[in-house]
Design a binder for this molecule. Structure first.
Ligand code: NHW
Ligand code: EN5
Length: 388
């Protein structure tokens, strides 16, 4: 049934009940000298390229490929519209490899028709901190689908990751593949219910009028927590300590140092927003919340073309109740013009989703590890990793 994935070192469906298989790497590393030195073969019309996202032209080509061909919902009403600034941020973390930003062009016209990326990350699985690649932005042009190009792209990114002596990877997908370590549900909190209904993102509930709906989703004008403010560069050490301590409790989570925190959560306009709670008494940072900006194109709507969505990222509460912290995040997100605030049911998110009027979406997100076996499927609440 999975002609490609059956050949790969990933958990297989047939082994799901086999408790004798050990947790950890499925295959041992091989000497780098034994890693294939030449790229995999593509169909003759196409060629591999390494994409320099710092080049304005290349970044625009990647942006255009993704904005026209990347992930859609199951009814093809919305398509992710990652911005160029977001792509630059997502692909340039500390220690990134430019060779892991892989494109496929048509030889004759040089048109970019496929893309896949990896970035390096240290991911902890229980007590084992593993150097991994996070693989994302796999995309094949709509006109080239179902030609088995994706397996070649996955093998090529794997080869380039191996050349850096890295043997594991983490990735997410909306589709079920062999085999998820856990599966999360998307939840959505309306900030601009009128627009969400107009564009078909949500519907008027039964026995609900528009005015009752607007009232239901109304939020205060200002955050409630004293000392709630935008994160600054000087907060990096304190936020790193908070995050590291918080992420320890999850079975799978990133191992973040100060450089990672500076890159991944320091606020960046229209890309990532982060807030801290600074105690008015002793000026200590007690809480942290963050979300990233990922708009979606609204397909074929006469008046609206973009849905502005915030996605919950990492949140840590030690003093402010998580419910109140996240309500403040909703308030600032609404203030910034987001139409909807999305969250997965991982980490401690279940504790606020229903109370803060999030509703379950029609999408799931499955999490995977490459070449690393986990004995039991995790509960979403045991997962401490958010991929973009
Ligand atoms: S998930 C988003 C993926 N992108 C999209 O959904 C965009 C729209 N769709 C497309 O562009 C986030 C195409 O449909 C794609 C498939 C390119 C998805 N992950 O070429 P064929 C990520 O980017 C398998 C993995 O004919 P296609 C994460 C499928 O099961 N595999 O299909 C990416 C089948 O294999 P099977 C996927 O529709 C993680 C084969 O591809 C997949 O023209 C990548 C069919 O290929 C998916 N999302 O192109 C893995 N979708 O065995 C990284 C389909 O079932 C692994 N397939 O026959 C780690 C690597 C690094 C290791 C380092 C040690
Ligand atoms: C790699 N990083 O399906 C990610 N989104 O629920 C790749 N649904 O937006 C994999 N279908 O439920 C991504 N509205 C996989 C997700 C792909 C995109 C996707 C879902 C997630 C989504 C919306 C719109 C559905 C449109 C028709 C949805 C209901 C919202 C409602 C608001 C009010 C309270 C109840 C829920």
């Amino acid at each position: 049934r999975h002609k490609f994935w059956e050949t790969q070192p990933v958990g297989q469906f047939k082994d799901l009940n086999d408790t004798s298989l050990p947790e950890g790497p499925i295959e041992p590393p091989t000497p780098i000298s034994e890693v294939k030195q030449e790229p995999y073969n593509l169909p003759n019309l196409y060629e591999w390229v390494t994409c320099d996202i710092n080049s304005e032209d290349t970044c625009a080509e990647v942006y255009n490929l993704l904005s026209n061909n990347y992930v859609e919902d199951d009814e093809n009403m919305f398509r992710f519209n990652y911005s160029k600034e977001f792509l630059r941020w997502a692909l340039h973390p500390p220690g990134y490899y430019k060779t892991w930003h892989i494109g496929v062009r048509v030889k004759s016209s040089k048109k970019l028709v496929a893309f896949i990326t990896g970035i390096p990350a240290r991911i902890r699985v229980r007590t084992d901190v593993v150097s991994m690649a996070e693989v994302n932005f796999l995309c094949v042009h709509k006109k080239l689908r179902s030609k088995r190009l994706a397996p070649v792209m996955i093998k090529e990114v794997t080869r380039r990751v191996h050349l850096e002596n890295i043997w594991q990877a983490a990735y997410t997908a909306g589709v079920v593949l062999p085999t998820p370590i856990t599966s999360c549900q998307y939840w959505h909190r309306s900030l601009n219910p009128k627009k969400l209904i107009d564009v078909g993102f949500s519907r008027l509930g039964p026995r609900m009028t528009m005015s009752r709906t607007l009232k239901l989703f109304k939020l205060p004008d200002q955050p409630a927590t004293p000392g709630f403010r935008k994160m600054e560069l000087r907060d990096v050490p304190a936020v790193t300590r908070l995050l590291r301590a918080y992420l320890m409790q999850f079975v799978v989570a990133p191992d973040l140092d100060e450089l990672d925190v500076e890159h991944w959560v320091l606020p960046k306009d229209e890309v990532v927003d982060s807030y801290v709670v600074e105690s008015p008494e002793n000026h200590k940072i007690t809480d942290f919340c963050s979300f990233y900006t990922l708009p979606s194109s609204i397909l074929g709507h006469p008046t609206h073309s973009i849905l502005k969505a915030a996605y919950s990222y990492y949140n840590v509460s030690t003093k402010t109740p998580l419910l109140q912290l996240m309500n403040d995040a909703l308030i600032v997100a609404k203030h910034k013009g987001f139409d909807v605030f999305n969250a997965l049911d991982l980490m401690h998110n279940e504790s606020f989703l229903k109370e803060l009027k999030f509703g379950p979406g029609d999408g799931k997100l499955h999490y995977y590890l490459y070449n690393y076996r986990i004995k039991h499927i995790l509960r979403a609440s045991e997962l401490g990793l958010v991929l973009l």
